[in-house]
Design a protein around this ligand. Sequence first.
Ligand SMILES: [Zn+2]
Length: 92
Amino acid sequence: MATFIVTKIHKKTAADGSHEHVDGVCTADNLSYTRKQVVDSIGAGHAWVTVADGMTATITPVLCCPKCSLSPYLKTKPESPLKDNLENLDSC
Ligand SMILES: [Zn+2]
């Protein structure tokens, strides 16, 4: 099983314009993956973590976005307010 290091994210505005979604991620080796690819990979047993400012957090799939019904979605655990939170990474 592999461990994927996520350093940046792609964001996309929700259909109603009220918030943004993590639409995809970029890894430390500069590859880009869609949200679904990450969810499927985690389902297959691979580990996905964020690394930023020397902090790290584990990415886990969730049923849907906390602000709408977009499904499936991703979050980091613990839900840090800091840079390692998936939502707070720089865009790629
Ligand atoms: Zn949403």
